[in-house]
Design a protein around this ligand. Sequence first.
Ligand code: ZN
Length: 127
Amino acid sequence: MCIGSAVAPSHLSTSRHCHHYDDGRRTPTYKRKRRNELDKDEKCKHRIQKFRLAWTSQPEFKTWLRPDLDNPNKAHCIKCNISFTAELTVIKNHAKGKKHKKIASASSVCSQNIIKKFTAPQSHEDT
Ligand SMILES: [Zn+2]
């Protein structure tokens, strides 16, 4: 560890006090501080998107998209093994990601059995 930085004082802090002499006339120019208390607790209008199971049935997502079991507001990519915000834009962005594409193209099999557990049960037709 060698800190060899020669810090030269660029400016001396000279505190000059300019004394204005009142020539008999005092001007009361004090500022009034108004307390504007506008701290109404406005809740964030950003709606938190919950994960939709319908997304997992979309062909572009169904091979890797999964709900995050720990957080209903998050989605999980079983390929990359990461979670992210459960928003369509985020999911789509993740799908476009280089890392995800690389992993997804490498292993596009053997994930369909897993996803079946999370998709909504289809109505069986037994006649
Ligand atoms: Zn991924």
